[in-house]
Design a protein around this ligand. Structure first.
Ligand SMILES: Cc1ncc(C[n+]2csc(CCOP(=O)(O)OP(=O)(O)O)c2C)c(N)n1
Ligand SMILES: [Mg+2]
Length: 449
């Protein structure tokens, strides 16, 4: 199979490095079998994690009992955890996995991948640099340089794996957390920060990188993507469209409409849901009674759950979905089962609604660590190679900090521009009022006060 990861590799964070198809669980499914065996026999592995997750549940239930907003504890009390698909904290047997949390390569009967050493190292580099950029942005927000930052910590594999499955002519509709996808599409990280610093009206030309503007109104971009994909089909183009959205957004009516229309019009769109287990403080149990990927069946297109912390599996599944869309197969839902390691945004305090145990349980499934273990075990990355990526990531950190310090503030009066295409009397009045207000400071200053 031709490597789309290699083909799309040149795109790179702008400015270079410095600067119902439910999976079958037949005997053929060696990946699943291996995982189960591993879970049974490794006391410190999957079994140990299950234990600590149980504790997480209890912790959440306790918080609820003490009057905190309901979370997993509420679901446990009302019996909702017995709903199908809710008990397996780490995705369950239907989930496609090609790399175990311990970094072991396993096979899957429906999804295969064969990457060379450079491609594997490239995926690791993408994830390290993305995580570094994200960490810098969080720090910059804490230092008052950004108004807000939604961290992607923990979701690197879901984003890099899916974005590296795409070609330049494909089109992406992101939410507000797709910094890894933006990186792969070649959006300059500094431009991303400009939006969160409030110095521009969105940040980039969507058509420059076939990467639409970040969307805050959750789920709405699935409709935009569907409309765009219907246009692609009408044009007879062989491009795919990807709409990213979250588990919380899956409850939006917009998403239901997008599913319906894309199915009926056979639009070449992939709905890529990053199920990071939380919609701010609401757990997935509050969004659905079935595993999210199973929803696709009701609309008439396939859905698949993939281990969102396994970059190889995400790449393989997204490639298959994209290929299917390109060749007239229509829409597909990919549920990347992952975890939001950090806060919802820098305005959020997750300790108010979830326990540390839960986060710690997911730490052992860290997407970067998993690939790194694999690379080291296979002798594909030695200490020098790892150090080189670290150096590159330090350089990226410096570049991002420098970019923030030198980012020009917009003219204050520019806030009145672009409100209406042809102007508006009320905006004119407000502009005049605000100009007078600003001028009043100049007067004060002039009087020597
Ligand atoms: C239509 C709409 N309703 C409510 C909100 C407020 N809101 C912002 S993020 C969010 C949760 C989204 O959760 P999810 O879709 O799981 O994405 P995640 O933040 O976990 O990536 C909500 C409710 C919004 N932005 N848009
Ligand atoms: Mg979520």
């Amino acid at each position: 199979m031709e490597s789309t990861a290699a083909r799309s590799r040149p795109r790179d964070g702008g400015g270079g490095t410095d600067g119902s198809t439910e999976q079958t669980t037949t005997g053929k499914d060696t990946g699943t079998t291996k995982r189960r065996t591993g879970g049974k026999t490794t006391a410190s592995g999957a079994a140990g994690r299950a234990k600590s997750t149980g504790a997480a549940r209890k912790g959440a239930a306790k918080k609820t009992a003490s009057g905190r907003a309901g979370s997993r504890g509420t679901a446990a009390k009302s019996g909702n955890t017995d709903a199908p698909g809710h008990h397996d904290e780490f995705g369950g047997p239907d989930m496609v996995q090609l790399l175990t949390p311990e970094g072991e390569r396993v096979e899957h009967p429906d999804y295969a991948i064969d990457l060379d050493a450079d491609e594997l190292r490239g995926l690791y580099r993408d994830m390290v640099l993305t995580r570094r950029f994200d960490a810098e942005a969080t720090s910059l927000q804490r230092q008052g340089e950004l108004g807000l930052w939604p961290s992607l910590l923990g979701q690197e594999a879901a984003q890099i794996g899916s974005a590296r499955a795409l070609r330049d002519d494909d089109y992406v509709f992101p939410t507000y957390r797709e910094h890894g996808v933006a990186w792969c599409r070649g959006v300059d990280p500094a431009q991303l920060l400009g939006m969160f610093r409030g110095v521009n009206n969105g940040g980039w030309d969507p058509n420059g990188n076939n990467f639409h503007l970040y969307t805050i109104v959750i789920g709405s971009q699935t409709l935009h993507a569907t409309g765009y994909a219907m246009g692609v089909a009408k044009d007879g183009a062989e491009s795919a469209v990807v709409a990213y959205f979250g588990d919380g957004a899956s409850s939006q009516g917009d998403v239901a409409e997008a599913f319906t229309y894309s199915a009926v019009y056979n639009a070449p769109v992939i709905f890529f849901c990053q199920n990071n287990q939380w919609a701010i403080s609401e757990p997935t149990e509050k969004q659905t009674r079935v595993p999210l990927y199973q929803r696709a069946a009701g609309y008439g297109f396939p859905g698949v759950r993939v281990d969102g912390n396994d970059v190889l599996a995400v790449l393989a599944v997204t490639r298959a979905a994209v290929e299917r869309a390109r060749t007239g197969g229509g829409p597909m839902l990919v549920e990347a089962f992952t975890y939001r390691m950090g806060a919802h945004t820098t305005s959020d305090d997750p300790t108010r609604y979830r326990s540390d145990d839960e986060r710690l349980a997911w730490e052992s499934r860290d997407p970067l660590l998993r690939l790194r273990t694999h690379l080291e075990r296979e002798g594909l990355m030695d200490a020098d190679a790892l150090a080189a990526v670290e150096e590159e990531s330090d350089a990226l950190g410096r570049r991002v900090r420098e970019a923030i310090r030198t980012m020009p503030d917009p003219d204050t009066m520019a806030i009145f521009e672009n409100v209406y295409a042809d102007g508006h009397a009320l905006v004119d009045e407000e502009r005049a009022q605000f100009a007078a207000y600003l001028a009043s400071f100049e007067d004060t200053h002039g009087e020597g006060n």
